[in-house]
Design a protein around this ligand. Structure first.
Ligand code: CP
Length: 301
């Protein structure tokens, strides 16, 4: 059976824990090491939307495991510019590679691609839908830098369009997390996801004010307001800059609070916070390499 990675809810807690354990085993290789675990294998990376971390950490992960990467580059220089549809592109590229990483602006695109692929498809972000590999690296970060079971976590910012928080909220429900949802009223977590959390027994609290919760949480997870997903630029202007963390904001937080962000940031965290012991968002980006090594080895080994 082909093992696709499309939605975090396709994975059980046991499977997630096994991926995180495998990432921990592989982490020494991610620090300038090499291996031949995936020697002779080819990964195709198809990004229909911009990316720095996801694209390059998949590339680094594959190469550190001894494999190769093909990429169609900017879509203007591929046959997509001539009107080729996603189904045909996937049918063709699955003949060239042993797995495909796909980022696409349309929610559901990765699931659709998996139906046309003869090799595993890994969802690297589908519109405002899901970003399951980001969630796995987020869980790895929380487990390593804080604790996962019973964690008190605030998801802050654009909870409506931010796909990382959609996947993460679902995954946290497997770990008995206490989740604080902090957003402007217009950018609240979709009702369907809140319903799933409540049905799973997860305790959630919604607020617009970060000061209500900042002193009680173990993890502060900030997100960018997803400007590109707003149908009306005027609506974006109304919520842009809603939250901005500075050293002053952090004056009464828990001593072992960790601050995370999937990045890129767009003003949510002042650069002065980078030197704080609480700031672990650059480490979090690095953990994308061992976690994606674990995912690649799971689908291709
Ligand atoms: N976190 C994340 O998905 O970053 P990129 O958009 O740079 O890949």
């Amino acid at each position: 059976m082909i093992r696709h990675v499309i939605n975090i809810t396709d994975l059980s807690r046991d499977e997630i824990d096994r991926i995180l354990d495998r990432a921990a085993e592989l982490e020494p290789i991610a620090h300038r090491g090499s291996s031949n675990i995936l020697s002779g294998r080819i990964l195709a990376t198809l990004f229909y939307e911009p990316s720095t971390r996801t694209r390059l950490s998949f590339d680094a992960a594959m190469k550190r495991l001894g494999g190769d990467v093909i990429d169609f580059g900017p879509i203007e220089s591929s046959s997509i510019a001539k009107g080729e549809n996603l189904a045909d592109t996937i049918s063709v590229i699955s003949g060239y590679a042993d797995a495909i990483v796909l980022r696409h602006p349309k929610e559901g695109a990765a699931r659709m691609a998996s139906e046309f692929s003869s090799v595993p498809v890994i969802n690297a972000g589908d519109g405002a839908g899901q970003h399951p590999t980001q969630t796995l690296l987020d869980l790895y970060t929380i487990r390593k830098e804080s604790h996962l079971s019973n964690v008190k976590i605030a998801l802050v910012g654009d909870l409506r369009y931010g796909r990382t928080v959609h996947s993460l909220a679902h995954a946290l429900s497997l770990y008995n997390a206490r989740i604080y949802l902090v957003s402007p009223d217009q950018l609240q977590m979709p009702d369907s996801i809140k319903g799933d959390l409540i049905n799973s027994g997860t305790r959630i609290t919604e607020t617009t004010d970060i000061d209500d919760i900042i002193d009680v949480v173990d993890v502060l997870y900030l997100t960018r307001i997803q400007k590109e997903r707003f149908p009306d630029p005027g609506e974006y202007q109304m919520v842009a800059g809603s939250y901005r963390i500075t050293n002053e904001t952090l004056r009464n937080v828990k001593d072992d609070l960790i601050i995370m962000h999937p990045l890129p940031r767009a003003g949510e965290i002042d650069c002065e916070v980078d030197a704080s012991k609480h700031a672990i968002y650059f480490k979090q980006s690095f953990y994308g390499v061992p976690v994606r090594m674990a995912i690649l080895s799971m689908v291709m080994e």
